[in-house]
Design a protein around this ligand. Structure first.
Ligand code: NAG
Length: 442
């Protein structure tokens, strides 16, 4: 019983932590599993939802009697109901999850036919909500718990329109292909604008500006692949290889973006043509970690939230991501420190001070970007209803867009960029500001 409670609580924890409803057709192999509760997948149904369940190679050991088989089966359950089911179990109202009237029984094993080795069933869900597909195994005799082996294929989808076309994306994520495509168009336009800026200001263009162009192009291609990936999943339930392209571009984009943040942070190509050793070290930490982060991301996406190792990979990803995010801040801090010292000692205080302001702004914006795309988006994902799951994607993409635009605008190639020239008025004003700042710090 204690074991069962721990498992239930774990499921509850997972259900509350994960809001991403993976929506593909999913195949899972279960081997000699005696967990009382085995979650498979989560999906947001509209009032025309369907669950197609095909289970094969079922083997149960030790072989239970026919009456016992009614205590093993698949059910659908919402998060809210699950809380109440747990309560019912605790208060002893029911002895098995499947007895609760709050869960929707999809298939109990006493209905197995023929050689009892396969299930093929379609379940219609008419109450719109987000449900988890779960297997309950209430044969938990401590001496000989029932061990289950089987291959499970589950397909969840909603029917759309008069023709009843299948939509394999969870309700609330079904607009995602369009969202991604829209953002792709925006980045397409931005790339065009940036190319024209580079052309017009070609005398003051640095290598880093071409680097920025590459990052924007990769971001655009990444969004295009994601749109295509999601629209294939929407129509067919599988990605048809678009996910591979998507991962490739994500991978390149991830590495390039972090490298770009480090390079801008160090002032490479703007302030100096070389990198210091410690700055190179940051890159040597960040790039391999990005490789790990991307591998973890692929595993997380492909596994589905209920696989046993999912949580581990998720932790690996979060850890690596946090390290990368912290590491990219160091070069900016070093630059700020150097600029501040330079501003105190040499005569060109104004120029340095303006650079200093720029780097401080950049530092704050990088922190905001990281904080928003990691914490705020995660919080949004957790608190928004499954119907509006797309809003967290939009929020993350808008934040990213704002970050790209800010970086591009502030570090654009321009003759009167603070790196190059300052006229006398500005110089005086800046020198004044430096004095003020020194007093302030004292
Ligand atoms: C799964 O079962 C349903 C219901 O019997 C059936 O229509 C469908 O073709 C099956 N799918 C596969 C892949 O076997």
């Amino acid at each position: 019983m204690a074991l069962m409670k721990a498992a239930d609580l774990l499921l509850l924890l997972i259900l509350t932590l994960i809001s991403l409803a993976a929506a593909e057709i999913r195949s899972t192999e279960i081997r000699s599993d005696d967990r009382p509760i085995i979650p498979f997948d989560e999906f947001g149904f509209t009032h025309r939802g369907r669950l197609e369940l095909n289970v094969s190679r079922i083997s149960l050991s030790p072989a239970p009697s026919d009456s016992e088989l009614a205590k093993v089966g698949f059910f659908l359950c919402t998060r809210d109901s699950w809380l109440h089911v747990l309560q019912q179990l605790e208060e002893g109202d029911i002895s098995c999850t499947l007895d609760s009237e709050l869960v929707k029984r999809v298939f109990t094993f006493d209905k197995l036919q023929g050689d009892k080795s396969s299930i093929n069933t379609v379940f219609s869900e008419t109450d719109a909500n987000q449900y988890a597909l779960v297997l309950a195994n209430c044969l938990q005799n401590p001496q000989r718990p029932l061990k289950i082996s089987m291959d499970v294929r589950s397909a969840m989808y909603n029917l759309e329109g008069k023709s009843g076309q299948r939509d394999f994306l969870s309700a609330g994520r079904t607009v995602l292909p369009r969202v991604y495509f829209l953002f792709f168009l925006i980045y397409f336009v931005i790339s065009g604008v940036w190319i024209s800026v580079l052309y017009k200001k070609r005398l003051t263009v640095y290598k880093i500006h071409f680097f920025m162009l590459t990052v924007v192009l990769l971001k655009g291609l990444n969004l295009l692949c994601e749109a295509e990936d999601k629209s294939y999943i929407k129509r067919t339930g599988t990605a048809h290889g678009w996910d591979v392209l998507f991962y490739m571009f994500s991978f390149l984009k991830g590495i390039m973006l972090f490298t770009l943040i480090v390079l801008i942070g160090t002032g490479w190509s703007f302030l100096k043509p070389y990198l210091q050793d410690k700055e190179k070290k940051v890159l040597m930490i960040v790039i391999p970690l990005q490789v790990v982060a991307n591998i973890a991301q692929v595993v997380i996406d492909e596994m589905g939230p209920f696989d046993k190792e999912w949580v581990t990979w998720r932790q690996v990803f979060l850890l690596v991501d946090v390290i990368c995010c912290c590491a990219v801040l160091f070069p900016i801090v070093w630059s700020i420190k150097n600029l501040r010292e330079a501003a105190r000692t040499d005569g060109k205080a104004a120029v340095n001070l303006m650079k200093l302001t720029l780097f401080r702004q950049y530092y704050i914006v990088v922190i905001c970007y990281i904080y928003f795309t990691r914490v705020v988006v995660y919080a949004l994902e957790t608190i928004t209803s499954y119907k509006y799951m797309w809003t967290s994607v939009v929020a993350a993409e808008l934040a990213t867009l704002a970050f790209y635009v800010f970086t591009g605008y502030k570090f654009r190639p321009e003759a009167h960029n603070p790196y190059f020239m300052v006229d006398d008025d500005e110089e005086e004003a800046a020198a004044e500001a430096l004095k003020l700042e020194d007093e302030f710090e004292l």
